[in-house]
Design a protein around this ligand. Structure first.
Ligand code: PEP
Length: 252
């Protein structure tokens, strides 16, 4: 049975005291609910990973980073490696977020290297894919997502792929307040699952968690998460408020 997952991507938000408070609040609220088959992942900025992993020792969430270098080590000023994340007991890393593709010009090849390095260090990638508005309007959204998966992910073998979480994040829905409809999300998630089935196997496709991301909040999560192929969400803005994040987690 594949896992349900709700992951919070804080992006570049919060300072030290606020981050500590938000993580503690989420941890406290998580104690009060029955998570069942749902895994909660918190992805704060690098600087707050240590607080997140410390508090996680006694709490019911996992910790993810928002990015990592495509290089193993060395003269790459300002970068953070997979080995460093692993040494901080970080379990997940978001790879291929559209903001990194756009602002940091991350290419398919670079993302493939990040995926490989993450797996080398036993970090589970949360691989983001999704089309921009013009691509959807041109009816190219399936083609775009297929290429993103083929170029950065489908070189993995079955065992490696089984450690990956896929997040479908239509770029036009991220931070805009306009989420994909449940039907649009389901259509793309079913398509992604079918691509995984064709490239790997029915079993792997069935077991891969595919998250939806893009203006997901406690008002629309229930309908989105009710879709057969939507296994949870990657949540940006709405993960910055503990009560709102918990309401989303309770939307299954
Ligand atoms: C994201 O950045 O991954 C995201 C889904 O953002 P938001 O929920 O704010 O649209």
């Amino acid at each position: 049975m594949r896992k349900k997952i709700v992951a919070g991507n804080w992006k570049m938000n919060k300072t030290f005291i606020d981050a500590e408070e938000l993580i503690s609040d989420i941890a406290d609220l998580l104690e009060e609910i029955d998570l069942g088959n749902t895994e909660v992942i918190i992805c704060p900025p690098f600087l707050f990973l240590e607080i997140a992993t410390d508090i996680a020792e006694e709490a019911n969430y996992s910790v993810g980073a928002q990015n990592m270098s495509d290089q193993e080590a060395g003269a790459f000023t300002g970068e953070i490696s997979g080995a460093m994340l692993a040494s901080m007991e970080v379990e997940y890393c978001i790879i291929g977020h559209s903001e990194r593709r756009k602002y940091h010009h991350e290419t398919h090849e670079m993302l493939a290297r990040k995926i490989d390095l993450a797996l080398t260090h036993s970090i589970r990638p949360i691989f983001c894919c999704g089309e921009i508005l013009a691509e959807r309007e041109a009816g190219m959204h399936m083609e775009i997502v297929k290429k993103q998966l083929e170029e950065s992910l489908f070189h993995l073998n079955e065992t490696e792929l089984s450690s990956v979480v896929i997040a479908y994040e239509p770029v036009w829905a991220i931070g805009t307040g306009v989420n994909a409809t449940a039907a649009q999300a389901q259509e793309m998630h079913a398509y992604i699952r079918d691509l995984v089935k064709t490239r790997y196997s029915q079993q792997i496709a069935f077991e891969t968690s595919i998250l939806y991301g893009g203006s997901c909040n406690s008002k629309n999560a229930k309908e989105l998460f009710a879709q057969q192929d939507v296994d949870g969400g990657l949540i940006g803005g709405a993960s910055l408020d503990a009560s709102e994040f918990i309401r989303i987690i309770q939307s299954f």
